[in-house]
Design a protein around this ligand. Structure first.
Ligand code: GLV
Ligand code: MG
Length: 325
């Protein structure tokens, strides 16, 4: 029903989400000291099969010994189609109780995948008398996951965010890609000839549909949508352009696969001073109109609708969250 109200995921700051391989104690230490809003400790693709067990131990140690305050800490488990996944959950959640905030599930294909993880996490939380309730992040990175995205988004009350895993998604859909998460020169529009016969070629954004679909599914269910990796760590301008596209479509933040990308994401997903001032002016105008018993709210001679007021409130809340970090 259209008046069904979905609870909003806890309001966590999620402008940047740094991926850190669990196999590297040095990188784990650096991540704890860095500026990422969310850090995900990776047991999946950044860790070779014969390093999985050691990586779990490194993560347990890092969670217990390092200071993660001021950050949200997540752990990417292995996929449900591997034999690592259940031990990832059992070993780390029992070895470092009440330390993780989130579990990230890769290659989610169906709502039942989310249910499976929810079930195991619930059992461990009960058995360990956990005080913290773990949230779930789902990577949408297969054709099946993208097809079932709405059911996945609604699959658990623990759900907090959806992530676009562009690398695996390209592999799954057999898309022709050049670099991870960037544009492809073959995806463009050739304009009709101008009077002098010249034609322009405009590169397009081949990920537009996937990201827009994810944003809709996430927002409809009160979750945060996040753009995934950008592979070329030597191209900050390319990263920035992709992050801006994601931001414009409604994403809350973007992954950083290298610490140098954290600062870029934090800057792009932080509202500008001008936007904050405008949002505050809208809220002040609304308050003034309420006091005076006026129904219509105007600012600088323009009528302000309810949608603008809601957006202004979201923006001001986020600015306060950032200021309080
Ligand atoms: C992330 O996991 C990706 O495949 O892009
Ligand atoms: Mg992946």
């Amino acid at each position: 029903m259209s008046f069904t109200v979905f609870e909003q995921a806890p309001a966590r700051l999620n402008r940047s989400e740094l991926a850190v391989p669990g196999s590297s104690p040095r990188f784990l230490e650096k991540a704890a000291q860095g500026d990422a809003d969310v850090v995900f400790l990776d047991l999946e693709d950044a860790v070779a099969p014969d390093e999985k067990e050691k990586a779990r131990q490194n993560i347990i140690q890092a969670l217990n010994d390092l200071d993660w305050s001021g950050k949200t800490v997540s752990m990417r488990i292995n996929g449900l189609d591997t034999h690592y996944m259940y031990r990832d959950l059992v070993e780390v959640l029992e070895g470092a109780p009440d330390k993780l905030d989130l579990i990230m599930i890769p290659k989610v294909g169906t709502a039942a995948d989310v249910y499976t993880v929810d079930c195991i996490v619930s059992q461990i939380e009960t058995a360990t008398k956990a005080k913290k309730r773990i949230g779930l992040e789902m990577i949408i990175e297969t054709a099946l996951g993208m097809a079932n995205i709405h059911e996945i988004a609604a699959a658990s009350k623990r759900n907090e965010s959806l992530h676009f895993g562009v690398a695996d998604y390209a592999a799954s859909t057999k898309a022709a890609t050049v670099g991870i998460g960037g544009p492809n020169p073959n995806y463009g529009v050739l304009t009709d000839p101008a009077e002098d016969g010249s034609r322009d070629y405009h590169w397009g954004d081949m990920w537009h549909y996937a990201i827009a679909r994810m944003v809709v599914a996430a927002r409809a269910h009160g979750l945060r949508p996040l753009d995934g990796p950008f592979g070329n760590i030597k191209d900050p301008d390319g990263y920035t352009a992709q992050a801006r596209r994601a931001m414009v479509l409604g994403c809350e933040g973007k992954w950083a696969i290298h610490p140098s990308q954290v600062e870029l994401a934090n800057a792009i997903f932080t509202p500008t001073e001008k936007d904050i001032a405008q949002a505050r002016a809208i809220l002040d105008a609304m308050e003034q109109a309420n006091k005076e018993g006026r129904g219509a709210v105007t600012l600088d001679g323009k009528l302000i609708d309810i949608a603008s007021i809601k957006q202004a409130q979201v923006l001001v809340n986020k600015a306060e969250q950032i200021a309080g970090k």
